[in-house]
Design a protein around this ligand. Structure first.
Ligand code: ZN
Ligand code: ZN
Length: 251
């Protein structure tokens, strides 16, 4: 798969792009070094990314060691089906990808957006085909001011442009400021996001019966994704497909 992804970056470049590359050389979307891969990653960053691919849980996308069949579910989804229809992530959330995500999250790395959007599209695959609208997990306004932009919204915009679907950046609203999930123990995370989101009343009628793509950068315990999906389903969405760049994989 890595070869295919690398090949995507090595298509013949038009003359104008060669000239632009000389003036503004393309940089690695991971570490920022100058690289010849347009909107891609340098070899070091690319090798460090642990991509997720089939076989995986048909619902939450958890990768399996062996192929258990197309509709196979992990133990957790078999026990309690999550509120979303399916979730997929491009790569494992580990030390290497944490550095990439942090860079994307806290720096103005909008130039790396096309590379990440391409990974999201690849992770979503056929699941995205019948989806009608893209909605990002919202940030609270306080945090938005500090970070300057919501990386989930940025991904949602990029994805919407790439696959020509509408995006509702304010489709979901974070009604209260929550402690960053990374600072909490697993058990406290569900409690932390309880009642933290609602559907924007402006779109309440529009969302009924829609297939929604919900976007976030990372899925760790899944508490935030769980809460947002539940709100969308309660609002009458027909399906919620979750796409994230990275996800934690339980042992
Ligand atoms: Zn790099
Ligand atoms: Zn699962």
């Amino acid at each position: 798969m890595k070869n295919t992804l690398l090949a995507l970056n090595e298509k013949a470049k038009p003359l104008g792009v060669w000239v632009a590359d000389l003036c503004f050389p393309p940089r690695c979307s991971g570490c920022g070094v100058i690289t010849d891969a347009v909107h891609g990653f340098c070899v070091n960053c690319f090798d460090a990314i642990d991509f997720i691919s089939a076989p995986q849980c048909d619902c939450c996308g958890l990768p399996f060691e062996s192929d258990l069949g197309a509709d196979a579910l992990c133990a957790s989804c078999m026990q309690t089906r999550p509120p979303y229809t399916a979730a997929r992530a491009a790569f494992h959330y580990n030390d290497a990808s944490r550095a990439l995500i942090t860079r994307f999250k806290y720096n103005d790395s909008t130039q790396s957006l096309p590379a990440y959007v391409a990974l999201l599209r690849r992770a979503g695959g056929a699941l995205m085909q019948d989806c009608q609208v893209i909605i990002p997990v919202p940030l609270h306004r306080k945090r938005l001011i500090r970070r300057r932009y919501n990386q989930a919204a940025l991904l949602a915009y990029g994805l919407a442009r790439a696959c020509d679907k509408p995006v509702l950046p304010d489709g979901l609203i974070r009604v209260r400021h929550t402690t960053p999930q990374v600072e909490l123990a697993r058990s406290a995370r569900l409690e932390n996001v309880k009642g933290a989101f609602r559907v924007n009343h402006r779109y309440a009628a529009y969302l009924k019966g829609q297939s929604v793509v919900l976007i976030d950068d990372v899925m760790t315990t899944g508490a935030t994704i769980h809460a947002c999906s539940m709100i969308l389903m309660q609002a009458g969405a027909a399906r919620v497909i979750v796409l994230t760049l990275a996800r934690s994989v339980r042992d």
